[in-house]
Design a protein around this ligand. Sequence first.
Ligand code: MN
Length: 288
Amino acid sequence: MTILKKIKYSFSAQQKHWVGDGFHVYGLLRPTDELNKFISPFVMLDYASPKEFSSSKQRRGVGEHPHRGIETVTFAYQGEVEHRDSSGGGGVIKSGDVQWMTAGSGLVHDEFHSVQFTKKGGIFEMVQLWINLPKKNKMTKPKYQEISKKDIPNIALSKKSELRVIAGIYEGQKGPSSTFTEINLYDVISNENKHLSLKFKSGTNTVILIMSGELEIENKTFKDKNILIFEREGNKVDFKVSNDFKGLILNGEPIDEPIIAHGPFVMNTKEEIYQAFSDYQNGKMGTL
Ligand code: MN
């Protein structure tokens, strides 16, 4: 039986803030007690909407900082991001690429505009998503997956609209990312007005970020920089998109465990957060 998922929360970002000097973002998901139940396993989402950067000699970005207990996933839409971490992971992701970093037990990393993008300047657009790890995997060994555009299945929904499967599965096509819990991550680009219907397992959480264009659902129209969070119940999401639409669709099996998030660490208890700070300060998460 098909049951439509209903919107639980919808909101738009009012103000951008800087992450370092390279990422000017709308903070759209945060792990508040109210939201957790409906966004888990996702913890945080920042959207750096298109912004022009002038050519520069000095790389812009965020210097060395730690993470533990999560995965950070960076989607490059325009511009280039360079990363290196203390577990040996690193690389440059370009337009259409995705970087999937498992912080697990802990690492330190930095995130900058690439050398080439810094020199040339141009439009920069990116999403960073934090995904929670279940208690039993929080202290897993750090891992780095560089997912290049060519490895992401690009499915033509029609002549002018496409869906990419970054993780999970869509109509039998599997995405390249390896995940700890069941997750589906798609992005959709449509150059025509299009009706979309996506099927998900009942009881899973679903979130849609509108990056550009409009999305119509439940007789309401939502614009860019809006985020929609759905009820767990239901197994289908039905909506229309405009002819200039770009959006990111997140779906996942919720991790129903307590969350204590503090800065770059997301753990299950306060004691584990204190331990994370202490381990970081004592150099146990490594150095660059
Ligand atoms: Mn980081």
